[in-house]
Design a protein around this ligand. Structure first.
Ligand SMILES: [Zn+2]
Length: 170
């Protein structure tokens, strides 16, 4: 907040104008609002974007913690010869990759854990690189993606579908 002055973070100018009783940056032509986390005056659009980013980072962290907690459960369901590993893009949504033993059909599953902002549970996507298809597991007969209550059930569903893809791709 630099000593009570309102410095616009976008243009670096000092804002003294007000509109509708709010700080206004004449140079940028936007209202300014305080981002209390860092003490910067930003546009409302920027503030929204920052809040969204913060929520995403929280979600990514939550996902990582969830995955680490469930990894043993998931591994206990995966058949011998299959591989399981955490796929962590760093800045992004981590998941668990489950793949059958190497084959000329290249197919694997990705498991995404639930998080606070989303109802449901574990979510599974199948990626068949041989057939160039990538799809979520659906509720039987429905058009909605399936959510599984536990990691083990999601893993079971993933394995069944990967096996189905292996058979269908030959
Ligand atoms: Zn400005």
């Amino acid at each position: 907040m630099t000593g009570g002055r309102i410095v616009c973070v976008h243009c670096g100018g000092v804002s003294t104008a007000r509109r509708h009783d709010r700080p206004w940056c004449q140079q940028c032509g936007c209202y300014l609002t305080l981002d209390p986390a860092v003490g910067e005056w930003v546009s409302f659009a920027e503030k929204l974007w920052r809040e969204n980013e913060a929520r995403n980072v929280q979600w990514f962290d939550q996902t990582r913690t969830n995955l680490r907690r469930q990894l043993d459960d998931i591994r206990s369901v995966v058949p011998d010869g299959w591989t399981t590993h955490v796929n962590d893009p760093g800045r992004g949504l981590a998941c668990i990759d489950i793949a059958p033993p190497a084959d000329r059909i290249d197919v694997s599953a990705r498991l995404y854990p639930p998080h606070d902002g989303q109802p449901g549970g574990w979510y599974v996507r199948i990626n068949n690189r041989t057939r160039h298809v990538d799809f979520p597991l659906y509720i039987a007969g429905g058009a909605h993606a399936a959510f599984f209550t536990t990691a083990a059930i999601a893993t079971h569903g993933a394995i069944q579908t990967v096996r189905g893809e292996l058979l269908a791709s030959y």
